[in-house]
Design a protein. Structure first.
Length: 305
């Protein structure tokens, strides 16, 4: 069942187009990774989904309802964590958590206490004394203590140390086990890779690629280090081989997954002594999109191939 969807979502601010025909879909029990650089349109998309901004064109549905018209009804079943949390300075962290949980009609004290302990948060301190990381913890505890159906997390681990990031990841996997849905906006690619079932890459307001990690990895490159009995010649001429570097007794390079078979057959002729392979990562895919886009811009602007 589809929990969240956008169809041709477009948002303009005057002459500037922040979102240009974005099509998103998040299904029940799914963690969807929404990735892109700062200014790509992630937060604008989320503000439309939350009913904070009205779309210029297109259709947006959450639980089958329109976020702009039915925001109050939708928010009863949504937990939202922004990347920069602002809290009431004179309330304690515990009071803010209780307030948010009660707004969604929940009151699970044991779950609240368990999460406070996991995130190593002192709930008795006033919010004005909290660091950025502790403000994030308050928002995360409030979100995960709520019995929501959809969790919209916009750069949620901003300001957290690596240990707390691991706690966050476990919490996300727990709510997935409960059949809940998550839209996770992030630029931390390792986080997205660990958690997400599907990924959408946004750039300059356009969704440029969407799919499962296995579907997207056909576009990535595998990192190889090869040591051979004889020196490999003419590797630079082979299709699908990139970033060749001489290292110690061998060489390292990247190979497009679709060309791996042909390249390996060629290398085998030189007598493989040692072969190390690092699997393709989401980061490789992400960077490759930028390489390809930059080449397109250069070619269009100056005729450089």
């Amino acid at each position: 069942m589809t929990v969240l969807s956008t169809t041709n979502l477009t948002k303009r601010f005057g002459k500037f187009t922040a979102l240009d025909g974005v099509n998103l879909e998040v299904n029940e029990g799914e963690i969807f990774g929404f990735i892109g650089p700062n200014g790509a349109g992630k937060s604008t998309t989320i503000r439309v989904l939350l009913g904070i901004l009205k779309a210029t064109e297109g259709e947006t549905k959450i639980f089958g309802k329109d976020p702009w018209r039915d925001a109050v009804e939708i928010h009863k079943n949504i937990a939202y964590v922004p990347g920069d949390v602002n809290l009431w300075p004179n309330l304690t962290g515990g009071e803010v958590i209780d307030l948010f949980v009660k707004l969604r009609g929940g009151n699970n004290k044991s779950k609240r206490e368990e999460l406070i302990k996991k995130f190593d948060l002192d709930p008795s301190k006033k919010c004005r004394t909290y660091s950025k990381g502790n403000r994030q913890k308050v928002a995360l505890v409030a979100a995960f203590a709520s019995d929501a159906e959809l969790y919209i997390l916009d750069e949620p681990t901003s300001g957290l140390d690596p240990l707390m990031e691991q706690v966050f990841q476990k919490c996300v996997m727990n709510i997935k086990k409960e059949g809940k849905s998550v839209l996770l906006s992030s630029h931390i690619l390792s986080e997205v890779e660990k958690l997400c079932d599907r990924v959408g890459i946004i750039r300059q307001g356009k969704l440029i690629e969407t799919g499962t990690l296995s579907e997207l990895r056909h576009l990535t490159r595998t990192n190889l280090f090869v040591e051979t009995k004889e020196q490999i010649s003419s590797l630079t001429e082979w299709k699908g081989v990139h970033h060749i570097e001489e290292k110690d007794k061998g060489m390292s390079f990247q190979v497009d997954s679709e060309e791996m078979d042909n390249v390996m057959k060629y290398i085998t002729q030189y007598g493989i002594v040692k072969l190390e392979s690092a699997p393709p990562k989401l980061e490789d895919l992400f960077m490759r999109h930028y390489e390809d886009e930059d080449k397109t811009v250069e070619t269009g602007a100056g005729g450089v191939s």
